[in-house]
Design a protein around this ligand. Structure first.
Ligand SMILES: Nc1ncnc2c1ncn2[C@@H]1O[C@H](COP(=O)(O)OP(=O)(O)OP(=O)(O)O)[C@@H](O)[C@H]1O
Ligand SMILES: [Mg+2]
Length: 323
């Protein structure tokens, strides 16, 4: 495989919380290559947003990078000065936010903003950029793109705004597109359409796409590779097929077992994994999942698990994992 476009190495991030530091990310590793769609899954509070916020340099003010590096095309972006980091945002690494209002300025029309998103593209007139924006809005499923360009963000429905924000991110032709739960705020039909859109895009988009989601179904449909996160750590990584058909970490197995898509009939009560994510102010010794794992032994509670290589593409952070 070619050199990675983006490589996260051993990244640890904590949040100051008065009485101590919440260990939101612990020694995380991730790699993304051009043309690849990567999924990041895991329960709430496992560090998914912290990881992707670090990629786009949008960590909360109380966050501290305790160790690690984020190489973009070989350069560690964490050691760049603020100005260079800011320049990366957009044409190099762009983000689709959960709340599309974060993307847009409320007092400027979408047309003007979508033209402005292309400011880094030289030798193209504003009229041409506006035309390109209209085309992308149409591809994003907006029925009357010309009208949409004349509108202010609040004049669009939530679903339309989300589509427009995906179009906005793509207009910047980023090398890495990061989407943190792009569909949470939408209804099911809209969600299906947005996934469809992202899936279509992957065919003619050379960059890498990194999608954070709670929905394993989204991952199965959209992604090539998956990173499973638990309690601030990546605990398993592999090709989508590996993760679905031969998951090796007990947490991955539990997530899949609780996926609503497994239940043919609509049930009012969805199963959840018993227990809860440990308090990240005091991460447990040994394996973080041990308290909820029915395979756990005393070794799991005492000794930090190693990365077990299952195959060239699949790894699991578990004492009990076997190829
Ligand atoms: N600014 C902050 N200050 C303190 N703690 C924070 C802050 N942001 C996140 N956290 C904590 O860091 C941990 C990881 O949070 P993060 O938002 O990265 O998880 P997540 O996997 O994205 O969760 P979700 O699925 O709910 O979005 C959690 O314990 C969370 O409460
Ligand atoms: Mg999140």
């Amino acid at each position: 495989m070619s050199a990675a476009l983006l490589r996260v190495e051993n990244l640890s991030i904590g949040y100051d919380a008065g009485i101590g530091q919440i260990q939101a990310l612990r020694a995380a590793n991730l790699e993304a290559h051009g043309g690849e769609v990567i999924g990041i899954v895991g329960e709430s509070g496992c560090g998914k947003s912290t990881l992707v916020a670090a990629l786009i340099n949008l960590l909360a003010p109380n966050a501290h990078v305790n160790s690690g590096a984020i190489y973009y095309k070989g350069t560690d972006i964490l050691t760049m000065d603020r100005e260079s980091q800011r320049h990366l945002r957009g044409p190099d690494i762009a983000m689709v936010f959960q709340d599309p209002m974060t993307t847009f300025n409320p007092v400027i029309t979408l047309g003007d903003q979508l033209v402005d998103f292309q400011h880094h593209i030289d030798g193209v007139s504003n009229a041409e950029k506006r035309k390109r924006a209209g085309e992308l809005l149409a591809r994003a499923g907006i029925p009357d793109p010309e009208l949409c360009l004349r509108r202010y963000p609040h004049e669009l429905s939530g679903g339309m705004r989300q589509r427009a924000s995906i179009a906005a991110a793509l207009l910047m032709t980023p090398n890495v597109l990061v989407a943190d739960e792009p569909t949470t705020a939408l209804d099911v039909t809209m969600e299906a359409q947005i996934i469809h859109l992202l899936r279509e895009l992957r065919t003619d988009y050379q960059g890498a796409i990194i999608v954070v989601t709670h929905h394993l179904g989204v991952v199965a449909e959209l992604c090539d590779r998956v990173y499973v996160m638990y309690a601030g750590q990546v605990v398993e990584q592999g090709l989508v097929d590996d993760i679905y058909h031969a998951p090796k970490h007990p947490y991955t197995r539990a997530l899949i077992a609780c996926d609503p898509a497994h239940f043919e009939e609509h049930t009012p009560i969805l199963p959840t994994i018993a227990g809860r994510v440990p308090n990240l102010l005091y991460p447990p010794k040994g394996c973080s999942f041990a308290d909820r794992c029915d395979m756990a032994t005393s070794r799991c509670r005492e000794i930090t698990p190693p990365w077990v290589r299952i195959s060239e593409t699949q790894y699991a952070l578990c004492h009990e994992a076997r190829p």
